[in-house]
Each structure stands twice: as C-alpha cells, then as structure tokens.
Design a protein around this ligand. Sequence first.
Ligand code: HEC
Length: 160
Amino acid sequence: MKRGEKAVLAIIGLVLAAGLLKSLLQVEGQHDRDIPFYSTASADVARKATDIYRSNNCKDCHSLWTLKDALQSVPAPMLDGIGSLRTESWIYNYLSSADPQSVLPSRLKKEYRMPSYSKMPDEERRVLSEYLASLKVKDWYLEETKKSEYEKLTGTEPPK
Ligand code: HEC
C-alpha cells in the first residue's frame, strides 16, 4: 500500500471511530434518561452493599443495574427495582431464613434456587436489605409494565 493510501485509510478510520463514539455517547445519554431504575440509598450504604453483593456471588444468578454475568444461566429474578416490590423487613427476613423457599416457593431445580444466607453476619444482612429496599422503579415504567401485562392478558387496553 502506498503512503498516500495509508493516510486516507487512517483518516477514514478516524472519522468512523469519531462517529461511533458520538453515537455511543448519544445512546448513553438517552439511556441515562430512560433507565427506569434508581436507588435512594446513601453512597456509604450503596458501597458496602455492593461489596457484600459481590463477595456473596449474588450476581452469579441475579442481574442488577441490568448488568449480567456473562455466564449467568440461572433464571433468577432481576433485582433492579426490587424495593418497589418488597419492603426492607421482607428482604431481611428472606435473607435470614434458613429455608427461603418457605417464604418464596420455587419451581426451579434445587441448585438454581435462592440459597439461605442465614449464616451471613447480621450487620451484612441489614445493609444488604436496606440497599435492596432502596432500589426503586420509576412510576412511568411501572405503569407501562402494568399496561402491557394487562394487554397481554386481555388483548385490550386497560380502562382509563
Ligand atoms: C444460586 C442462585 C442464586 C444466588 C447465588 C442468589 N440468588 Fe437470590 N434468588 C434466586 C432465585 C432462583 C430466586 C427466586 C426464588 C427461588 O427460586 O428460590 C431468588 C430470589 C431472590 C430475592 C427475592 C426476589 C423477589 O422477586 O422477591 C431476593 C431479594 C434475592 N434473591 C436476593 C439475593 C441476594 C442479595 C443474593 C446474594 C447475597 C442472592 N439473592 C443470591 C437465586 C439466587
């Protein structure tokens, strides 16, 4: 390849990369606005809970902040917005139960089910429950989800 050709290719490459970066940033920005999940936890609680979440391999089965472990194969519920579904004390009791399936029945194979964390130090269970309960779903998303569930079930729009 001649030097001139190389230079042209390099310029084309740069332009393409810049375009890609720009569209990525735009998608990112839009995504930010559209992400229907948020947390009301303090930075301190979020940091502690995230450490506990990591070191207990919760992410082997669950997704959170729409991040999934690439190897995740368990059909466990995602935990984004879980605080709109469960209270802090419910989560604390669930994590503390020696038999979580007595709280929430499971149809999954034994190895996929929610393990008991009753042996986890109490302080850690508390921080984790506080954090998980702080994970909320925005109202518009909840409304849209309910609406689409309704439409799926009935084939008609929900009454206004
Ligand atoms: C082996 C896979 C696995 C691991 C590891 C795991 N879970 Fe679960 N979890 C599940 C499954 C599956 C369910 C649904 C109930 C069931 O099938 O037992 C569940 C349910 C839950 C629920 C209730 C969800 C709801 O819809 O009410 C919470 C909260 C939860 N897990 C949090 C955690 C946390 C926090 C950790 C880490 C400390 C963790 N899980 C680790 C598989 C797992």
